[in-house]
Design a protein around this ligand. Structure first.
Ligand code: HEM
Length: 548
C-alpha cells in the first residue's frame, strides 16, 4: 500500500496496514483505506473519514461511560456522579487543596464506602483499616506512590511497592528510628528547643504577635537537621526564615508530586532532568530538584569524611547500611533515605505541633488544665531544666491533648491508596482484587462507630477515663497510618518533638490566637499544612526563658 503527500509517494509498512485493517470497525472505513482511495487521498475522502471516526469515538466514549455507571464491578457503590465516570473528578477535588474538609463531607453525604473514581473506593471502616493497614496486611501500595521515587537513585522506604523489598528496606532502617535510638538524640532536640525559646522570647519582646506556623516549621527542620546531619539547619537562628528556600521548595514539590501521582505520566513531567532544567530556566517549578541537590551535597560531604570524628546521627546509620549481598549501600540508597527523613519528617511534625497549639488555644478549659498539670510537675520536681520527653509521659492530660488534637486533624489527610488483596470485602460487599481502595486518616479518625457520637469534637478526656477503651481507640487511629508494615517509621521523632514542644511552650509562654474566626489557612496536598497561625505570646514572668 502507498500514500501520496505533497507529490511524494510513501510506502505504508505492511505491519501498520494489518493493524489498521484490524481496527476498522466498518466496511466503509475499510473501503476508504483501500488502495483505491489511498492512491489519491482527497478532501472529500477526509470528510468521509472524519464522520465515522467521530461517530465511533462518541459511541466508544458512551460505552465506557455506561459501563462505568451501570456495569463496572464498583457500580453498586454510591458516589458523586462524575467520580463514577472519570478519575479527574478526584484529582480536581485534590487540586483544590481542601481535601481535609471535602473527604468528611463526601463520607457524610454518600456513606462509609464511596466511589471517588471509577476504580477507587474511599472507605471508613475498622475492619477494612485492619485488613489494609494492619499487621500482616497483604494490601500493596498503588502506583500513586511511585511518583516519590527519586530518579537515578534507588528504591526508597516510602514509595517501594514490592512487599519483600520494602521489608528489607524497613528492617535495615528500623533500629535507627527506634525510641531508644531517638532518645540518644534528645539532648540535640533540646538544643533546638532552647534556641527557639530564646529567639521567640526576643521576637515577642519586639512584637507580641508571632507567626507560629513559621516558628514551628523552623524548629522541625532544625531538629531533623540535628538528627539527620548532626547539625541544625539554621532556620530558628534565622528567626524562622526559610534558609535557602528549602522549606518552600519541599512544600511546592509536595503540591506538584501529590497531584501528578493521579495523572497520566505521573512524575515523568517533573522528575525528568531535561524538563526540569527547562522549567527552572524558564523560572517555573522544579519539584524536588533543589532539595535533591542540597541533600546530595550533604550526603557526599559525609561520605568523603567518614573517618572524621563525626557524631552519631541518622546519616551515619544510613552510611553503614548494607545491600542484600552484604556490600555497602550505594550513594543513591543513602541519599533517598536522607531525603525521606527531611521530606517526610519535618513538615508532618510541625503540622502536629500547630494542631496541638491550635486546639489548646481554642479551648480555654483545656489550656487551663494542661498548664496546671505541667506547672505542677515542674514545681513538684523542682525542675530548673526543661522537662524531658520521658517526664512528659507522666502527664496524662498533656498526652491526651496531643493524641486528641492529632486525631482530629492528623498531619496526612489524603487517601492512603492500596490495592485490594484477594477476597476483600467491605461491610459484606465484595470488592474485586486489585481495586484501589483507600482510607483517609482524617475520615477514619472521625469514625463515630469507634470514637462515639461526639467524634468530631475535641475532647482530650475521651482518652483518660477508661483505659481499656483508650487502648481500643488507639488501635483504630490512622494518624500514623495504622499499625502494620507501612506505618510511620518516624513517629518516635514526632512524638518526642510534639510532647516536649507543647509542655515547654505552655510552661514558658502565655499565648492566644489573634483572630479566632480566622485562626489559620489550611492547604492540603497530601498533608494539611496550616499557614499563618498568628499568636499573641508573652513570656510568663514566673517562668522566664533561659537565654542561650
Ligand atoms: C506528626 C508527624 C507525622 C505523621 C502524622 C506521620 C504520618 C505518617 C503516615 C500516615 C504514614 C503512612 C503513609 C502511607 O501509608 O501512605 C507515614 C509513613 C512514613 N513516615 Fe511519617 N508521619 C510523621 C512524622 C514522620 C517523621 C518525623 C518521619 C521521619 C523522621 C517520618 C517518616 C515516614 C516514612 C519514611 C514513612 C514511610 C514508611 C513505610 O512506608 O515503611 N514521618 N507517616
Amino acid at each position: 500500500m502507498t500514500s501520496q503527500l505533497q507529490g511524494k509517494t510513501f510506502q505504508i509498512p505492511s505491519r501498520i496496514q494489518k493493524h489498521a485493517a484490524h481496527l476498522m470497525a466498518t466496511h466503509q472505513l475499510q473501503d476508504i483505506f483501500s488502495s483505491r482511495h489511498f492512491d489519491g487521498f482527497s478532501l472529500s475522502d477526509m470528510r468521509a473519514l472524519a464522520v465515522p471516526i467521530a461517530v465511533s469515538a462518541v459511541v466508544f466514549l458512551f460505552s465506557i461511560i455506561l459501563y462505568r455507571i451501570y456495569f463496572h464491578p464498583l457500580a453498586q457503590f454510591p458516589g458523586p456522579f462524575m467520580a463514577k465516570i472519570t478519575g479527574y473528578w478526584r484529582t480536581y477535588q485534590y487540586s483544590k487543596g481542601t481535601w481535609d474538609r471535602n473527604i468528611l463531607e463526601i463520607h457524610k453525604k454518600y456513606g462509609r464506602t464511596v466511589r471517588i473514581a471509577p476504580n477507587e473506593l474511599a472507605i471508613v471502616d475498622e475492619a477494612a483499616l485492619r485488613t489494609l493497614y494492619g499487621h500482616g496486611t497483604k494490601a500493596l501500595k498503588t502506583k500513586w506512590y511511585s511518583v516519590w521515587d527519586v530518579p537515578d537513585t534507588a528504591p526508597q522506604l516510602f514509595s517501594e511497592l514490592d512487599k519483600v523489598h520494602h521489608g528489607f528496606l524497613r528492617k535495615r532502617l528500623s533500629s535507627a528510628y527506634s525510641m531508644s535510638s531517638i532518645m540518644k538524640y534528645e539532648a540535640y532536640i533540646q538544643t533546638c528547643l532552647d534556641l527557639l525559646w530564646t529567639r521567640l522570647s526576643r521576637a515577642a519582646a519586639v512584637s507580641p504577635v508571632v507567626n507560629m506556623s513559621e516558628w514551628a516549621n523552623a524548629l522541625a527542620f532544625d531538629v531533623i537537621g540535628e538528627l539527620g546531619y548532626g547539625e541544625p539547619l539554621g532556620h530558628v537562628a534565622a528567626d524562622a526564615k526559610d534558609v535557602g528556600g528549602l522549606r518552600g521548595g519541599i512544600l511546592s514539590g509536595f503540591i506538584m508530586l501529590s497531584l501528578l501521582g493521579n495523572l497520566p505520566g505521573r512524575a515523568f513531567w517533573v522528575n525528568n532532568q531535561v524538563i526540569s532544567k527547562i522549567s527552572a530556566w524558564l523560572g517555573g517549578p522544579t519539584a524536588f530538584i533543589g532539595f535533591r541537590d542540597w541533600s546530595e551535597k550533604k550526603v557526599k560531604d559525609r561520605l568523603d569524611n567518614l573517618d572524621s570524628s563525626q557524631r552519631e546521627d541518622l546519616l551515619s546509620h544510613f552510611c553503614r547500611m548494607k545491600k542484600g549481598n552484604g556490600e555497602p549501600a550505594s550513594l543513591g540508597e543513602i541519599l533517598v533515605e536522607a531525603m525521606n527523613l527531611v521530606g517526610a519528617g519535618a513538615d508532618t511534625t510541625s503540622i502536629g505541633i500547630r494542631t496541638c497549639l491550635y486546639f489548646t488555644a481554642m479551648h480555654p478549659h483545656v489550656y487551663k488544665r494542661v498548664k496546671e498539670e505541667v506547672d505542677q510537675f515542674y514545681l513538684e520536681n523542682n525542675l530548673t531544666r526543661p522537662i524531658t520527653y520521658q517526664e512528659t509521659q507522666e502527664l496524662p492530660y498533656l498526652k491526651a491533648v496531643v493524641k486528641e488534637a492529632t486525631r482530629i486533624l492528623p498531619s496526612i489527610v489524603w487517601q492512603l491508596p492500596r490495592h485490594t488483596p484477594p477476597n476483600f470485602s467491605v461491610r459484606g460487599q465484595k470488592v474485586p482484587q486489585g481495586t484501589t481502595v483507600s482510607i483517609s486518616p482524617i475520615a477514619q479518625n472521625h469514625d463515630e462507630e469507634v470514637f462515639g457520637a461526639d467524634a468530631a469534637a475535641f475532647k482530650p478526656e475521651r482518652w483518660m477515663n477508661d483505659p481499656a477503651r483508650a487502648k481500643y481507640m488507639d488501635t483504630c487511629l490512622m494518624t500514623f497510618g495504622g499499625n502494620g508494615p507501612r506505618m510511620c517509621i518516624g513517629r518516635n521523632v514526632a512524638l518526642v518533638e510534639m510532647h516536649t514542644f507543647i509542655a515547654q511552650f505552655i510552661h514558658h509562654f502565655d499565648f492566644e490566637i489573634v483572630d479566632k474566626n480566622k485562626p489559620w489557612r489550611v492547604t492540603t496536598y497530601w498533608f494539611a499544612y496550616q499557614h499563618d497561625l498568628m499568636m499573641r505570646i508573652r513570656v510568663r514572668p514566673e517562668f522566664p526563658v533561659k537565654q542561650v
